[in-house]
Design a protein. Structure first.
Length: 303
């Protein structure tokens, strides 16, 4: 990771990762302010997005159904199923993603739709009830704080108290990443796993490393890991588990010779550790984590 002595400008991702605990502290107020346009208990809800926003949609769906608030589906914006919903919740940082704009225009006119976005003056904000969180917008192409703050808003809306999650994320940011992430810093391959909403966090973690430093990563529900993906695990590789471990999981990973990275902390706080790993590995490789190969801030397709 760059140091002040390098005289090299830090990636924007450094700052954006570090502000997350502060960003999450404001999520409760945002949720309260917009309560009327967020999903109500008992509503049938579809949450849609692309890329990172889709993984946040999956996490939200798992949490909402798990809390007993009602049927909640998560769809990539390009493949929303035609079902009867009481509300659509749309997540789109850029506000210009072609698939999201198209999906919003296809939503039946009588169905309420709410959009969470961090980019003022963009098309999606005109197509639904807007929740603009431009204070967590990002200059890096790689999403971190917009996505996790969106998740924090919805977790607050579901009645969760994130005080301990925020404290744990602050603690993560005080650690020396070179020491705390030494076992995975140079891993040839990393498989991320989790259950429930942690499975979506695992998908997001894998995406972050692919984007920021072109790492070989995969992600699975933890229970699916032993149904094939375990074959990729070997010495020099790692398995990173979010949330509680499944019975016997640690022994099965140990038998492969792979390193098991696991902390008994909230998956959202643990994701911050992955963000810091992105910065370490991109610096080791001389890559710019703000501008991943082949990616732009928004996917805008030709008509």
């Amino acid at each position: 990771m760059p140091t002040p002595a390098d005289h090299t400008p830090q990636p924007h991702l450094v700052t954006e990762v570090a502000t997350q605990p502060d960003d999450w502290t404001h999520a409760a107020a945002v949720a309260a302010e917009h309560r009327a346009v967020l999903p109500k208990p008992g509503e049938r809800v579809a949450v849609i997005g692309c890329g990172t926003s889709y993984f946040m949609a999956r996490a939200i769906a798992a949490l909402r159904e798990g809390a007993g608030h009602g049927l909640t589906d998560a769809w990539p914006a390009s493949a929303v199923r035609a079902r009867e919903y009481d509300r659509y919740l749309v997540i789109c940082r850029s506000g210009t993603t072609t698939e999201v704009v198209r999906a919003m225009r296809d939503i039946p006119a009588h169905v309420p739709r709410t959009v969470i976005c961090s980019s003022p003056g963009t098309p999606v904000l005109e197509l639904g009830d807007p929740i603009l969180i431009d204070q967590v917008d990002e200059r890096s192409v790689v999403q971190t704080r917009f996505a996790t703050t969106t998740l924090a808003i919805l977790r607050n809306h579901l009645g969760e108290d994130l005080t301990s999650v925020i404290a744990r994320a602050r603690a993560v940011l005080t650690e020396d990443p070179a020491a705390s992430l030494a076992a995975v810093r140079h891993a040839e391959q990393i498989s991320f796993v989790g259950m429930g909403f942690a499975a979506a966090i695992a998908e997001e973690a894998a995406l972050k490393l692919r984007e920021s430093c072109q790492s070989w990563t995969e992600a699975y529900p933890a229970t699916e890991y032993r149904h094939g993906p375990i074959a990729i695990s070997a010495p020099g590789r790692a398995v990173w588990a979010f949330g509680p471990l499944e019975p016997g999981f640690a022994d099965d990973v140990a038998a492969t010779g792979a390193h098991l990275e696991h902390r008994d902390i909230d998956p959202m706080a643990d994701l911050v550790r992955v963000h810091r790993l992105c910065l370490l590995r991109s610096a080791d490789l001389g890559l710019d984590p703000d501008h991943p190969r082949g990616l732009n801030r928004s996917v805008v397709l030709k008509s």
